[in-house]
Ligand binder design. Structure first.
Ligand SMILES: Cc1cc2nc3c(=O)[nH]c(=O)nc-3n(C[C@H](O)[C@H](O)[C@H](O)COP(=O)(O)O)c2cc1C
Ligand SMILES: C=C(O[C@@H]1CC(C(=O)O)=C[C@@H](OP(=O)(O)O)[C@H]1O)C(=O)O
Length: 379
């Protein structure tokens, strides 16, 4: 079973991901992982912290001469802004954070909760996802995410083709969505920041090259739609997940939702195995299994919780009403979130690949992948 855990505090010494069950024989390149980390740091609207950090991965275990051993892989991203020991507690919990609930639950400090709840931790989730992408790439599976909406503004052209989507994605590489080129969007974020307010948005992730049959209908906790929803929903500030048409499907009659099935023998050697679907409203998943179509998943990110013009809160010492604490904060982190969601989706897809094709080595996975494609094409 492929899985991972993370450890680390936002202003602690370091961040760690422990990836367990990763197959042997995958050549690991740190450069693409660092590229994803750089993308995650980008985007217009982020606060001062990103000028301090330059995230780099250190693959600490599980790799020998650049190739995975099948043993646990520890990934480390060191915090340059390590100052936790000198930091004070907050007195006034910030609405939208775990400050109040966590301090009550753990009978402890707000600082102790926020340091772990912070999205800084996603640096190592991205590192784990970028590692998983190197396994997926060996099977020609590609994952890419992009921002489709910021606040009330739409970015994605309606009914964009795959090429157009790739272009949006390519333009967003490294700098997050390159909003510096979109003056209107930049002004929207600047204006919102000046008003002491923050913005969220919508992200779409698309996975291409998936074989039929990842995930299963047979048990609730192995259904791929459910597992993806958990991985995406568990990203800080994500409040909604949709697959394919998502909520829109509920508003349409069945004839305008379900994707008809045709057969075209000339496409027998593509991921569809020749079973062509003129639409992909299901977003590539039916009954918790991939159906040969690209996977399409969307996530809604709420606006950043810490407001420069703070909301009402309580001083937990005096119980007097006071404004919430304000610490340096992002105004809009939707581009970073798109990189995070992309990478957590990549990790989940890799777990499904390992589950379907067996896990000890890449060579074995590739052989079984090929065999399955051949057998399935004859089905
Ligand atoms: C990339 C990214 C950056 C974030 N930056 C901030 C920030 O600077 N300030 C803040 O208050 N919240 C920020 N958040 C959101 C909080 O981490 C999150 O809202 C909080 O931990 C509460 O968790 P929940 O929103 O999932 O319930 C960020 C989230 C993401 C995904
Ligand atoms: C540090 C990152 O994001 C942070 C996420 C975050 C939060 O509360 O989630 C709060 C801010 O951190 P700080 O309190 O140090 O200014 C963000 O910058 C990062 O993504 O690398």
């Amino acid at each position: 079973m492929l899985r991972y855990f993370t450890a680390g505090e936002s202003h602690g010494k370091t961040l760690l991901a422990l990836v367990d069950g990763f197959p042997a024989g995958v050549t690991i390149d740190e450069e693409p992982i660092n590229f994803e980390l750089k993308r995650r740091q980008g985007g217009y609207g982020r606060g001062g912290r990103q000028r301090i950090e330059t995230d780099k991965v250190d693959v600490r275990t599980g790799v020998w001469h650049g190739v995975t051993l099948g043993s646990p892989i520890a990934l480390e991203v060191v915090n340059r802004d390590y100052k936790l020991e000198r930091m004070e507690d907050l007195e006034r919990p910030r609405p939208g954070h775990g400050d109040l609930t966590g301090a009550v639950k753990y009978l402890g400090s707000i600082r102790g909760v926020l340091e772990r709840a912070s999205a800084r931790e996603t640096a190592v989730r991205v590192a784990a996802g970028a590692l998983a992408k190197q396994l997926l790439a060996a099977l020609d599976i590609t994952v890419f995410g992009y921002v489709t909406e910021i606040g009330k503004e739409k970015i994605k052209p309606v009914d964009a083709s795959l090429d157009e989507l790739r272009k949006i994605r390519d333009e967003s590489v490294v700098y997050g969505l390159d909003l510096a080129r979109d003056e209107a969007m930049k002004q929207y974020i600047d204006q919102t920041g000046k008003e002491g307010d923050t913005l969220g948005g919508i992200i779409e992730v698309r996975v291409d090259g998936l074989p039929f049959g990842l995930g299963t209908h047979a048990q609730w906790d192995r259904k791929l739609d459910g597992r993806l929803a958990q991985a995406v929903m568990a990203v800080q500030a994500i409040k909604g997940v949709e697959i394919g048409l998502g909520f829109e499907a509920a508003r349409r009659p069945g004839s305008q939702v379900h994707d008809p099935i045709h057969y075209d023998e000339s496409k027998k050697n593509t991921p569809t195995l020749g079973y062509e679907r003129p639409t992909n409203n299901a977003g590539g998943l039916e009954a918790g299994m991939t159906n040969g179509q690209p996977l399409v998943i969307r996530a809604a990110k709420k606006p950043i919780s810490t407001l420069a013009k703070p909301l009402a809160s309580i001083n937990m010492e005096t119980k007097e009403e006071e404004s919430a604490s304000y610490e340096r904060s992002d105004v809009c982190a939707i581009s970073a979130a798109s990189v995070i969601v992309e990478n957590v989706v990549a990790f989940e897809m890799a777990t499904a690949v390992v589950e379907k094709f067996g896990g000890d080595s890449l060579e074995e996975i590739k052989a079984r992948h090929e065999l399955f494609l051949k057998m399935a094409a004859e089905r």
